[in-house]
Design a protein. Structure first.
Length: 287
């Protein structure tokens, strides 16, 4: 499967090596769950994380009991994401964009923390947690609006689950969720789904094209906090390498993109991105 273009030697390097590769370049950045862990959002694929079977699009659409359980958990969980704050890594990337070092971000996270930190050019590759889409008519509503409807349909549910959240008990949660009433689309009665790309689903084509364009308009690609386990992110790494753009991967643990990288740095993103924001020079305005 490898081509001549992929023959970039992988180097486990230091911060100085990263700076040497990136200095003077205008950077596209691809971020993953590792960037948000310091904001309290768990990275289920990190080296120390428990194994987890991700939900698939097929499960969501075909299994009513599963869907009920999913929405019940989501109804509690989305409020947690809603309360999270950007961390030093998000802020460093926003600062780098304002200085003209970073030209834009492609993020696999759905938490909107890059936007909250002040990044302007963000492609939410896998969607965003604060929106819900109808699978039949395509209408998009806010998650907050749906929360109001779910509260009306399930009086007392949030308070009851809050007790369970304090002392997690899987059986108790399932007992609670088996009675959960799911909301249908108020426009057409169709099935609602969070506006998030699940396993078994494709990223919308237009979004993929914008992400490729972002990589093509940059001189180099910096990957931060992603193990690149899914193809939806890995393809941009491969594309950058194949088009002669140096790739740097900053992540805790090995990634599927390491073989495309000029330098890899096994480190946390909050501290590394902060260091880069202080170190990387603003590129010359040559084009
Ligand atoms: Zn609809």
């Amino acid at each position: 499967m490898s081509t001549a273009h992929e023959a970039v030697p992988m180097t486990a390097g230091s911060l100085a090596d990263v700076v040497e590769v990136l200095a003077g370049h205008r950077l596209a950045v691809l971020t993953g769950a590792g960037v948000s862990t310091d904001s309290g959002i768990p990275d289920y694929r990190g080296p120390d994380s428990p194994p987890r079977t991700p939900m698939t699009f097929q499960q969501f659409t075909s299994d009513e009991a599963f869907r009920r359980h999913y929405w019940a958990r989501n109804h509690v969980g989305w409020r947690h994401v809603h309360r999270t704050m950007p961390n030093a890594g998000h802020r460093a990337l926003a600062a780098l964009e304002h200085r003209g070092v970073v030209t834009g971000l492609i993020t696999q996270n759905v938490d909107l923390l890059h936007e909250a930190a002040g990044s302007r050019h963000v492609i939410d590759l896998h969607g965003r947690y604060d929106r819900v889409r109808c699978l039949s008519c395509g209408i998009v509503i806010s998650r907050a609006e749906l929360a109001d409807r779910l509260d009306t349909l399930n009086p007392g549910f949030t308070a009851a689950v809050a007790d369970i959240e304090i002392a997690p008990d899987a059986d108790a949660v399932i007992e609670q969720t088996s009675h959960f009433v799911v909301a249908a689309c108020s426009a057409c009665g169709g099935m609602l789904k969070p506006d998030i790309v699940y396993f078994g689903e494709n990223v919308p084509r237009e979004r993929v094209e914008r992400a490729y364009a972002l990589v093509d308009a940059a001189d180099a690609l910096l990957v931060a906090g992603s193990s690149l386990t899914v193809q939806s992110g890995l393809r941009f790494v491969r594309h950058a390498a194949q088009t002669g753009r140096p790739v740097v991967v900053v992540n805790r643990g090995a990634t599927r993109g390491d073989k495309y990288a000029a330098v890899t740095l096994d480190a946390g993103t909050s501290e590394t991105l902060t260091d880069l924001a202080e170190t990387l020079p603003t590129p010359a305005q040559s084009r």
